[in-house]
Design a protein around this ligand. Sequence first.
Ligand code: NOJ
Length: 539
Amino acid sequence: MFNLWYKNAVVYCVDVETFQDSDGDGIGDFKGLTSRLDHIEALGATCIWLLPFYPSPNRDNGYDVADYYNVDPRYGTLGDFVEFAHAAHERGLRVLVDLVVNHSSIEHPWFQASRAGDPKYRDWYVWRKTKPEDAEKGVIFPGVQKTTWTRDTKRKEYYFHRFYEHQADLNIANPQVREEIERIMGFWLALGVSGFRMDAVPFMLEDLSSAHSGWEPHRYLSQLQTFLSWRRSEAILLAEANIPMEEAPDYFGTGDRLHVIFNFPLNQKMFLAFARGEAGPVADFVKALPDIPQTAQWATFLRNHDEIDLGRLEDGEREEVFAAFGPEEDMQLYDRGLRRRLAPMLGGDERRLAMAFSVMLALPGMPVLWYGDEIGMGEDLSLSERHAVRTPMQWRGTLPNGGFSDAAPKDCVRPVVADGPFGYRHINAERQMLEIDSLFCRVRNLIRARRGAAEIGWGKPEVVDVGDPAVLALRTGWQDGEVLTVHNMADRPALARLPDGLDLSDVRPLLSSGARIDGEERTLRLDAYGFEWFRLKGK
Ligand code: NOJ
């Protein structure tokens, strides 16, 4: 099969604002990010996804865009963006940018024109003369957001906002809005990006219009893909769509709609499995994975910039995960999730953390990492809502603000985690680069192994029963190759019995902590949280 880069890419997600400040104003910027590409390259990522960096009142970390065609001056200029993208490409790193067109900021000139009744923009948002009865239903941020319809004092009508009231939903049923979305995509593609992480896709496809009929939301995804491929053939749409597996066909189509979708249900099962120290939740999920078109892909992840959304687990299961990883009320958010980083949830135990990364990388899909997790950064629960997991990158133990910025700590966009076991003096990139057993080096080795095992990106895994409920063993084949990954999710040693059906005649370690398969007994002993990757066939 021809090469589709996203089947085996490794994506590193960065928030420019909190990665590296270059000019001492306390805010990360494109020049700073460019100066830190070494780190991303050393980790072995092949693609960078940037959280929104567009001009914005920044009331939702940039997901409230006020100008789709520019860079927020706090982060630099369009020129700085292009320099960054060029430098990334020089290192073979692709760049994806966030496309946030379900809604705009209410400060966007389009919304201002719409509320003023400007005929050109009147229908660019979703308006109603009276407040719909279900206005209090379907809020995304319960506890913070009260309604989805807010009255505008100027137009004296209600506008719809699936998210915060300062994020008015664009009326995508309006063809002019759709044209504008293509213009935005065309603009960033011309600046060299390899595609878009599309925000809130299921909500984008909600048809709330009354005025414009004939719009077929899911078909619209095919139009977007067609547009993309004419402008830049390698470009992809990576969708934020927290959908049940049954709905995947609507979103992937026959491979002509979205290229990649974040696998949110799998993320939740992983945390349930980690909480229990049992492979079952992930193994059962893998067994039930639907077939997807060959050109489509899932995106796998452990953590991202939001809360871990556990909304698709059963109530009791969610309670188990809460009890294991976020027992305090302050760690929980929106009645469904946890506003914590990976490392503190797993007790800072590097064996367990490496195992978690290994499981994620062994599962089918394109892995996506949230910056800072590769060194085991912690969260700051004193910050509001999801900001807890968005503290600045910790570069050096010996510099103020962990090397993130020369500004006074009070002027930093968010405080760097300084105290406790996850403070920058203990947890920082510089130190971990030098220590070969560090989490960073272990994750780097895992990424190297993953990049050498294209079967995982292309194939569909088969769960191998090895006789211990703590062990997740996956065999994935593709063309002439086959790999086997074995993970002990429990805090005790495990013995995996490899079934006779598994051809071990040419088995070689692909990534190893030293455990070997006993050829005669067909067994593999794993330490607590131990894991091993093997190549069974192929080069
Ligand atoms: C999903 C983003 O990941 C989240 O951070 C944001 O608040 C909402 N979409 C609204 O844009």
